[in-house]
Design a protein around this ligand. Structure first.
Ligand SMILES: [Zn+2]
Length: 557
């Protein structure tokens, strides 16, 4: 085991091998982690795997060094250097993924980031998938102003109380002080609903389902994290107005299933649906329900949401309609959102020590084709690569035929950038009518006959998509633990996990729970049938009186 070294971190021992990587003229040393707390056999297997990988790379480098081609140094471009943090050094690792996989960049405005093209393309894809499903349900897109007069914002008391600490204000135009302050929208209820009040007259005007894809600003003072917590973010806000509570709640299920569909089948993310407690619900709503996710570091995070507003806003903004009996009634309302935070959740859950991992169905390029270009066979190999690019068109392949970079350098680059499948075409493979394909998620490599390529690629991409989803489900399940005492809950939280405990609905118990667990929250109420039954005989872990529900308790973003 000459190339294995041990690094201890707390209880855990990590094994790694030092690998030499050529970067232009320089040779860099990089640590390749084999894993933590491995048993002897596991370590042996991992080492064999690592050896194989190293040999493959040596072969390729030898091939390309036979007839040297021009190569370019990285020019100190930070994007071309690998990830140097482990996934359990989460915040450093996550920041490196953001910057080095070229997803985001910081700006001079603290808490506001630039979405680089890959990240924005993924957001566009999410938008497109959600939007097409919304339209099937009768949703129409609109656009309302960014600035909201203060008097509008102040109409719904709970709502304004919930948002006012985070509102950014416009107070001047040039040198002139404005008569009335204008809020930069933190959400648009207060600018949309005065218009709804004007437009809605009778039951014939309902349901009204207006959506907008826009940006909002919430001036939080917590530590910002790219995508996960930023002061400005992008989202959809869908606001609907309906005649009855029943219709409103039914619509809620439909829209949540749209979000669930896109998050599970495109982002490959397993989330758990649940209702918020009174304390945690949206300011002004009757109830809030969301999809919830667990990050690799054990912190929980909220995903897409549905708020049922009942008649609260209708009463504050005077949204009334004449029903079929000719009687005037207040309308019922819902709001829904999915935000760019889901990008961060997805990047964090799927990626690894080598960089980004993207589910094929959301990746801007599902396949990268890398021809091994040697002087004497270049023309033939390039021609084959172009043919393959054309054949695989439906997977939006990226053909990297830059001659100034070595294949090994390109392999690292696309591993870092998370393209799901890599296809290498070398002269020797071509003689056998084969190419080598490598999965980004498992790093599994195999030779495939070109004649079967399209079919195989489609199969493997599907498999990557499924396997990432089931991994994310396993991650969620591995992080939750049921218990019925405060002592055990503290242990669970300290172990960076999420506890499920019986609690009563008194707010003081929820407050005490937070204080007693070092800041963990009653994140959402369990929706599981087994919990609904079991709760009848359970006691609140704080006051020991009858419990009302099981809650998931977690440290959160
Ligand atoms: Zn209690």
């Amino acid at each position: 085991m000459t190339y294995t070294e041990i690094k201890e971190k707390g209880e855990k021992k990590y094994y790694y091998r030092v690998k030499s990587i050529r970067k232009g003229e320089k040779v860099d040393k990089q640590r390749v982690y084999l894993g933590g707390n491995l048993k002897k056999q596991e370590l042996h297997d991992k080492e064999q795997e690592a050896d194989k990988e190293l040999n493959n790379e040596k072969q390729i480098n030898k091939q390309s060094e036979n007839k040297p081609i021009m190569h370019k140094e990285t020019n100190g471009n930070k994007n071309n250097l690998g990830i140097t943090a482990e996934k359990d050094e989460f915040s450093e690792w996550f920041t490196q993924i953001m910057l080095k996989a070229d997803l985001a960049d910081y700006t001079e405005v603290s808490g506001c980031i630039v979405f680089k093209p890959t990240a924005y393309a993924i957001w566009e894809k999410i938008k497109q998938e959600v939007d097409v499903r919304f339209k099937k349900l009768g949703v129409q897109n609109t656009y309302f102003p960014l600035l909201i007069p203060e008097k509008f914002l102040n109409k719904e008391k709970e709502h304004v109380k919930g948002f006012s600490p985070e509102v950014a204000w416009v107070t001047e135009a040039g040198d002139t002080k404005l008569n009335e302050r204008l809020a930069v929208r933190p959400t648009s209820e207060t600018i949309m609903y005065p218009s709804f009040s004007k437009w809605i007259r009778s039951w014939r005007d309902l349901p009204l389902k207006y959506n907008q894809w826009n940006n909002v600003v919430r001036w939080e003072f917590k530590h910002p994290v790219p995508f996960l917590r930023t002061r400005e973010f992008l989202w959809n806000e869908l606001h609907t107005v309906l005649s009855t509570e029943k219709e409103a709640l039914e619509e809620g299920k439909e829209i949540i299933s749209v979000y669930k569909d896109v998050c599970e089948n495109y982002l490959a993310l397993y989330g758990m649906y649940g209702k918020k407690t009174e304390k945690e619900k949206f300011a002004g709503a009757v109830s809030s329900q969301k999809l919830h996710y667990v990050m690799p570091n054990g912190k929980a995070i909220e995903g897409p949401c549905f708020h049922y507003d009942g008649q609260n806003f209708a009463k504050a903004y005077d949204i009334k309609f004449l029903n079929k009996e000719g009687k005037e009634e207040f309308a019922f309302q819902n709001t829904y959102a999915i935000t760019t935070r889901m990008l961060g959740v997805m990047f964090a859950i799927h990626s690894d020590e080598k960089g980004l991992i993207l589910p094929p169905k959301i990746a801007p390029n599902q396949v990268v084709i890398i021809p091994i270009l040697l002087e004497d066979s270049k023309t033939k190999v390039l021609k084959a690569a172009k043919e393959i690019e054309k054949e695989l068109e439906e997977f939006s392949p990226k053909l990297d035929d830059r001659e100034e970079y070595r294949p090994g350098f390109k392999f690292n680059e696309y591993e870092l950038k998370g393209i799901p499948l890599r296809i290498e075409i070398g002269p020797r493979d071509l003689e056998k009518n084969e190419v080598i394909i490598t999965r980004r998620d498992t790093k599994e490599k195999k030779s495939i006959k070109i004649i079967n390529l399209k079919q195989e690629v489609s199969k493997i991409l599907e498999d990557i998509q499924k396997s990432l989803f089931s991994k994310s489900k396993k991650l969620f399940e591995s992080k939750i633990e049921e218990c019925d005492s405060l002592e055990n809950l503290r242990l669970i939280i300290n172990n960076k996990k999420i506890g499920i405990v019986p609690l009563c609905k008194e707010q003081v118990c929820e407050d005490n729970l937070k204080a007693e667990t070092g800041g963990a929250k009653a994140f959402f109420i369990s929706d599981k049938e087994k919990h609904k039954d079991k709760i009848k005989s359970e006691k609140c872990i704080i006051c020991n009186k009858k419990a009302d529900y099981f809650v998931f308790v977690a440290k959160t973003y």
